[in-house]
Design a protein around this ligand. Structure first.
Ligand code: T5A
Length: 208
């Protein structure tokens, strides 16, 4: 089974992934946890280019770098783990590109979908947890957190961009109802974690 976590800035993905990881360990479920951009030594180098660089980058370069990192990740980490029957848990995957580079960015979504299909070779998540939060609420959380205060290149793109990311995610969830579970990310971390575990167990029972 393949599970991903998605959402806008400050939505609490990392917090929820930590709680989900604890649940999986307590229940002896064999899993791997990884993140995008990243997950292999080369993809982590591409992550640094994408997030830490202060210089401007064309929208096409940005998307193709995310996609290159993704190819490495799918071929070297995700597919092998799924082939071994492991649960794969990812902090972001290609739906981030659809929302950020597609719906919020300047590229044609059809081009993004075509290149993504090529990059992922049909490796799609069974379950996507979308933590839905407004730009204002997400950024307020980040500004209260010393570790998250310094915004990276994409976080710094401003309200209009991040509002479009949020709308994009909700459109994707509407389009792929079977795959997405949308959660109000303003609930408490404990409440959200309960919803995630309950949805995950439902899918396990269905044999997904
Ligand atoms: N990107 C990525 C693209 O543009 N295209 C792509 O294809 C891909 C893969 C990656 C960046 O790259 C972009 C999107 C991103 O801009 P990232 O590493 O995923 O970045 O970083 P973030 O999304 O910014 O994730 P973070 O880990 O920094 O933040 P999270 O996961 O949203 O939030 P978390 O859990 O650290 O929480 C943020 C703060 O809120 C508190 C936490 O304690 C923390 O202080 N918090 C809560 N407070 C109240 N109630 C709750 N329920 C809370 N949950 C957490």
């Amino acid at each position: 089974m393949f599970v991903t976590f998605e959402g806008g800035e400050g939505c609490g993905k990392s917090t929820q992934i930590r709680l989900f990881e604890r649940y999986l360990k307590e229940n002896n479920i064999d899993f791997i946890l990884s993140r995008e951009p990243g997950g292999t030594p080369l993809s982590e180098k591409i992550r640094a280019l994408l997030l830490e660089s202060k210089s401007e980058m064309s929208a096409k370069t940005e998307f193709l770098l995310f996609s290159s990192a993704r190819v490495e990740h799918v071929e070297n980490v995700i597919k092998p783990a799924l082939d071994e029957g492991k649960l794969v848990v990812l902090d972001r995957f290609y739906h981030s590109s659809y929302a950020y580079q597609g719906y919020a960015g300047s590229l044609d979504l059809k081009d993004i979908e075509k290149i993504t299909e090529f990059a992922i070779s049909d490796c799609k998540p069974d379950l996507v947890f979308l933590l839905d939060i407004s730009y204002e609420d997400g950024m307020a959380r980040k500004s209260r957190d010393e570790k998250l205060k310094n915004l990276d290149r994409i976080e710094s793109k401003g309200k209009a961009y991040h509002d479009a990311v949020r709308r994009g995610y909700l459109t994707l969830a509407e389009r792929e109802k079977e795959r997405f579970v949308v959660i109000d990310a303003t609930k408490s971390a404990e409440e959200i974690s309960k919803i995630i575990i309950s949805e995950f167990e439902k899918r396990l029972r269905k044999g997904n």
